[in-house]
Design a protein around this ligand. Structure first.
Ligand SMILES: NC(=O)c1ccc[n+]([C@@H]2O[C@H](COP(=O)([O-])OP(=O)(O)OC[C@H]3O[C@@H](n4cnc5c(N)ncnc54)[C@H](OP(=O)(O)O)[C@@H]3O)[C@@H](O)[C@H]2O)c1
Length: 460
């Protein structure tokens, strides 16, 4: 495809822009998904695209300097404060100049790669610019997560944005939805006879969604301390994954159909129990309050009150500074009542969807041990890189491609975001203990009681 597009990155000097967005643009250019384009980088500090690109380069292995040179040639850095209305006039003029230079068609993507508190001011200031006037469903506005910090702030934000732009122009990013294996969940479920009829309470015992990180909050302490694990991971990534596992089949695999089905899940979703933790050295992190009670670890028991899922627990576990990094969904099928074999393993029959390391899908089945009348579980193991090579597109690359193609399938709609906050909010407001846990451990020691109470045996 030969697309003409202007990327306007609000927050180009930030961590996300350097680590993810510029590398994604690089890969789209490399794969010739975009040929005629410009990049306008906006931030508060004195800087240059040369320097920002220099930083971003470190995040692309063995990159081709010619492509970086081309991106630099087609880019412009603009220094403004997001709250300074006068600055936007200079910015608007500069954008039009670069578009004229490269004969771009005015398809603009404003990517708000900055903290959510700046979203209202940026949106209002952009609306006053001539270059933001709508042509069809352009320009596009892309919002990073977290979208608000509770129900009321998300509502206010949606109201402000939707009073100025149409929902068709809005792309609320949850980068997990750009991951290849996450995009695979619906197709895997609905296109396989071995799964589709079994995907319900009659055959599934529980679902486990685990997003563990061995990293601490690092340099993001100030941001993280305001949000914590429930806002940072559960309201966004974990609920999105849960909705893909739980939703009914959409009529079509496109924007509104899928988003309608996901919304039905959020409307039926209820959290029944939560346990929170904080790693022992968290309060020593830069930017973290000395008396902080912000949780960095959470386990949750959720239920989806629909005929398909009634009585099936969804267990969610996520945290920072844990013993291992892991992003996995386990679908635990019920045991078969069978007397054919002398043995029947007690914790088997899982479908395992690996979202991060060794991305792929494994199915555990019981098979006969040679020479014995006994069975043991073996894994039928599919790894993406073995079949399709190591270079499948990264999440941000896929998502940007979808924005250019005007596909909202993998982006979160306003109503869904608000429902997710609504489901979580009682637990965010509730006073409850935040247990300490050792860095590099599996979480607080109180977890084992919680597991017993909720009858969960986490798959390791
Ligand atoms: N980093 C990640 O891996 C990641 C992952 C998922 C989601 N996100 C989300 O992405 C967003 C950005 O995260 P980040 O980690 O990139 O943040 P960051 O490193 O703090 O970057 C913030 C950017 O905003 C700019 N900025 C801040 N205040 C400004 C102002 N008043 N006027 C103009 N520019 C201003 C900063 O410019 P200066 O440097 O010039 O101050 C910087 O470019 C956040 O919503 C975050 O939750 C980040």
């Amino acid at each position: 495809m030969e697309e003409r597009v202007t990327f306007i990155v609000m927050g180009i000097t930030g961590d996300l822009a350097k680590r993810k967005l510029l590398p994604a643009i690089y890969n789209l250019v490399l794969r010739k998904k975009i040929e005629n384009f410009a990049v306008v980088g906006v931030s508060r500090s004195e800087n240059s695209m040369k320097s920002v690109i220099g930083d971003a380069k470190k995040f692309v292995k063995e990159s081709d300097q010619e492509i970086w040179d081309e991106i630099e040639r087609r880019s412009k850095y603009i220094q403004i404060d997001f709250d300074d209305s006068e600055g936007y006039k200079v910015f608007g003029k500069n954008c039009l100049e670069i578009e004229e230079k490269f004969k771009l068609s005015g398809k603009r993507i404003f990517y708000l790669a900055t903290l959510p508190e700046h979203f209202p001011s940026i949106v209002k200031n952009l609306k006053n610019l001539k270059m933001s006037s709508a042509k069809g469903n352009w320009p596009k506005l892309v919002f990073e997560k977290p979208f608000g910090h509770d129900l009321s702030s998300a509502r206010d934000l949606n109201e402000t944005i939707l009073s100025l732009f149409k929902e068709k122009q809005i792309y609320r990013i949850d980068h997990y939805l750009g991951k290849e294996l996450v995009a695979n969940i619906s197709l895997l479920r609905f296109t396989n006879r071995v799964f589709e009829p079994l995907w319900c309470r009659d055959h599934i015992e529980n679902i486990q969604i685990i997003l563990n990180e061995d990293l601490t909050v690092g340099s993001r302490g100030e941001f993280y301390d305001k949000y914590g694990v429930l806002r940072d991971m559960v309201q966004s990534h974990m609920f999105q994954l849960l909705s893909l596992i739980a939703m009914e089949s959409p009529e079509k695999f496109e924007g509104e159909s899928v988003r309608d089905k996901k919304l039905e899940v959020f409307k039926s979703l209820k959290i029944e129990d939560v346990l929170l933790g904080q790693y022992d050295s968290y309060k020593l992190e830069k930017g973290v309050a000395q008396n902080s009670t912000t949780p960095t670890f959470a386990v949750l028991k959720a239920v989806v009150n629909t005929p398909r899922w009634k009585g099936v627990p969804f267990f969610l576990k996520t945290g920072k500074a844990l013993g291992e990094t892991k992003a996995v969904i386990y679908v635990k099928f019920k045991e078969v009542n069978c007397s054919l074999s002398k043995t029947r393993p007690s914790d088997t029959d899982y479908l395992i969807i690996n979202l991060k390391t060794n991305e792929g899908i494994a199915l555990e089945v019981n098979t006969k041990i040679p020479g014995k009348n006994e069975v043991e579980p073996v894994k039928l193991d599919f790894r993406i890189k073995n079949k399709y090579g190591p270079n499948t597109p990264e999440a941000y690359e896929s998502l940007i491609e979808e924005i250019i193609a005007e596909n909202q399938y993998s982006f979160v709609r306003n109503d869904s975001i608000e429902y997710c906050w609504k489901v979580l909010e009682p637990w965010m407001k509730m006073e409850q203990p935040v247990y300490k846990y050792k860095k590099d451990s599996n979480g607080p020691k109180e977890l084992s009681k919680w597991n017993d109470k909720n009858k969960v045996r986490w798959r390791s």
